[in-house]
Design a protein around this ligand. Sequence first.
Ligand code: MFK
Length: 240
Amino acid sequence: MLRSCTAGLRSLWALRGRREGAARLSADLQPARRLFSTEKAVHKDWALPNPSWSKDLKLLFDQFMKKCEDGSWERLPSCKHTCTYKSEDFKTYFLDPQLVEGEGLSQAQLFTRGFEDGLGFEYVIFNNNDEKRTVCLFQGGPYLQGIPGFLHGGAIATMIDVAFGSCAAISGGAVMTANLNINFKRPVPLCSVVVIHSQLDKLEGRKLFVSCNVRSVDEKTLYSEATGLFIKLDPKKSST
Ligand SMILES: CCCCCCCCCC(=O)SCCNC(=O)CCNC(=O)[C@H](O)C(C)(C)COP(=O)(O)OP(=O)(O)OC[C@H]1O[C@@H](n2cnc3c(N)ncnc32)[C@H](O)[C@@H]1OP(=O)(O)O
C-alpha cells in the first residue's frame, strides 16, 4: 500500500511540475473544466476530472455521469468562491452587510477547494433528489495526511460534512451542521478513492437527520459510518 501511495505521490509531484507552465490545464482538459458565469464573476467548476484523478475516480465519475442521463441523478458543480449552494441565502440571513460589500470576503474560498489539483480534496457529489440521497466520490491527496500513509480523520470528517450538507440541502435548502457523529472503523489510505453514500433519514420541522457510510471502491472495506443533524436556517434569526 505504502509503495503504491509513494508512486501516487511521485506522479502527483511530476504532474505538478508539468503544470508549472503558462497553460495550467492541458488543452484537452480545458473543455472539461467548464466555465459558468454569475452576474458578478466567472467561476470555474472544480467537480470535474483533472489529470490528478486516478483511474478509479474517473471510472466512477463516468458511471455516475451515465446515471445522470435520465435525470434521476445530477452532478453538483463546485466553485471555490461559493457561487453554488444558495450562498445568497447565507449572505442575506447571516452576514454583516458591510463584510459582504467590503474587502472582508474578497480572500474567502471554499476550504475543500483551496488546494492545488491532486494535493488535497478531489471530489464530486451526485444528488438523487427523489431518493434524497447523495454519493460523494472522494480522493484524498498527500496534503491530507494524518498518520503516515493515511488520511487525517479531520479530512474525512470534512468530506462527510460536505456530503451531508449537500444531502440535507436537497430538502432543507440553506442548512448548517448542528451535530456530527463519526465512527472511524478502518484508516483510509492516502491517495485512494472512497465513496460516501449519504441519505436523509428523517425530517422533523427544521431538523434534518442524515447518515452515511464511507466505503472503498470495491465496497469491501467499510472505513467510516456517520450520522448528522442539520438545521434549516431560519431567516428570522441571525447567527451573529
Ligand atoms: C458550496 C458549499 C457546499 C459546502 C457544504 C458545506 C457543509 C458544511 C456545513 C458546515 O460545516 S456549517 C459550519 C458548522 N456549523 C456551525 O457553525 C453551526 C453553529 N450553530 C448554529 O449556528 C446554530 O446552533 C444552528 C443554526 C445550527 C441552529 O440554531 P437555530 O437558532 O436556528 O436553531 P435552534 O437552536 O432553535 O434549534 C432548532 C432545533 O434544533 C435542535 N438542535 C439545534 N442544535 C442541536 C444540536 N447540536 N443537537 C441536537 N439538537 C439540536 C434544537 O433543540 C431545536 O429543536 P426543536 O425544534 O425540537 O426545539
